[in-house]
Design a binder for this molecule. Sequence first.
Ligand SMILES: Cc1ncc(COP(=O)(O)O)c(C=O)c1O
Length: 383
Amino acid sequence: MSISGSCPYFSNQSIDEITNEIRSMLKSGKLTDGPYGQEFEKKFAHYNNTKYAIAVSSGSASLDVALRHYELRGREVIVPTNTFIATPNGVIFAGGKPVFADMNAQTLGIDIEDVKRKVNRNTAGVIVVHIGGLVCPQIHELKAFCRQRGLFLIEDCAHAHGAMMDGKKAGTFGDVGCFSFYPTKVMTACEGGMIITDDDEIAKETRITRTNGQNTDRYMVMLGHNWRMSELSAIVGKNQLEHLDEFLAKRNQVAGWYQEALLDVEGIELFHKPPNFRHSYYKYPIKLADTIDRIKLAGTLKEQYGIETGHVYYPPCHLHPYYKETYGTRAGDLPTAERVLPQVMCLPMHCGVTKENVKYIKNALITALTKLPLQSITVSSAL
Ligand SMILES: Cc1ncc(COP(=O)(O)O)c(C=O)c1O
């Protein structure tokens, strides 16, 4: 048996539709900046109920482009340490300094109290990441705080396509929502990203920034880059978007199977979804007891049972060598993230996971856990 950790899903019908559109696109000679990209943008904005959607070449590009709207030179942006490195990197590329906030142990998302502590006169804004696909439950409080302090709020929704809180979609709470369509994500465009916003000025500017800073008259009015999405990616992304709600239903079903199967397994703690949320279940994280070595367990699951597991995110950003060397961040700076994240393991989560797979994973986990030697303290060598 071999169970991959993540895997994009295309039905045979989708493959046929995509292939036909690619054929038309190739014959048309319009390979970028064309009708498929425009249609994808329109449909993505409609899906999220926003005024604008602007397609770009990756999720990283969506952050780079959105952050360039703000004057960040000499200023700070607060970002969670528990995120993919593209989040803080975007701040640096836009001329600012990322300041890391600690994590909420229950949600794995940003700790709002730590954000409040880290705001100073130099702070320009905050980036929140809906980690694993759960909309940050304190998003209203965070937004109110940002408004009151005159800070921008960007939502990094790379995990949270279609995720909702009280019926409102991820990416529509703050000033800008940034999405990734990398192949592991809930929906893919092979590579690609999207920015959503209701702000006329941000929409106008991001369209210019993604095209090397040239306006529609081809005058360069600001510094930009080629951050455009190809028509090929737009065709794939548009098709995936049509099935996003089905993908989310399937992922929620898989999460339900895990929840039921793992509830009483010793050494494992589950994360719970509040009732008024639609989780996108980009990831299905579990928390291992402190006596379990996640890396050894992951190795056993892979080698002996063919089960691929992952993490969100280890090491946390502030402990990557680049950040330690550049900004002097150190072990001990963000204690909750450092204590909890070594123990967070993500189980296979994608549309191809079956109920039988979940049973197999449960049995493999129980057997592997009984055989593994216990560790006394969890301190990873990466620190
Ligand atoms: C939280 C987060 N932000 C940003 C990105 C960057 O997206 P991309 O890989 O499409 O550049 C990712 C992708 O892995 C991500 O998980």
